[in-house]
Design a protein. Sequence first.
Length: 241
Amino acid sequence: MANLKDFRLLSFDVYGTLIDYETGILSALRPLLSANNRTDISRLQLLEIYHEFEAKQQEETPDMPYSQLLTTIHKKIAAKLGLAPPTADESRAFGNSVGSWPAFPDTVDALRRLAKRYKLVVLSNIDQASFALTNSGPLQGFPFDLVITAQDVGSYKPNPRNFEYMLKAVKDKFGVDKDQVLQTAQSQFHDHHPARAMGIKSVWIVRPGAIMGNREKEVYDWKFDTLGDMADALEAQPLAP
């Protein structure tokens, strides 16, 4: 069986893997719920509705920056929940909330440990400006080797174009081939299934309790609950012969 140390580069999903975006989204939706005096809507219902509209909008408008996409779906979420329409300013505030979504507590330390072994690349369904806010805030300015956003590619994962773009970029910039890349992510929908279809090995960071991005069939080559657990496993493995 392959060893984690056989690989040279980790291609990361960010929101859901490094950033606790379910908590961030729920916090950003709180003003909408409070304005309508609604406390009866469950976390599961909110996140399932959010994921439904997010995925549909990403498919319909693949070149729309993510912050604008969130602004667009905010009023659709309200309508689906039977809430009063939000104002334009309220929807923009939702769209601009990404930079405040918190990192998982193990993320930054694990990135620092993994960087001793791998090139670390972002492959995220985000726009450049929103990622810059995330990186300078919750990710503490972590120096990724390369950042690729949906805005750069012109489409959103799980579109295979995003993975093709990443593979070309890491080959051109680092001389890294596909068989030296590990797609490292929480979402089965956005990352693991398309990576498997393209022959890219993957590490599933489960983030127990996560709701969005799950699929009935789970595909992966390694599985860890947290990124910290992956860093621990890497450090415990002997060097590949």
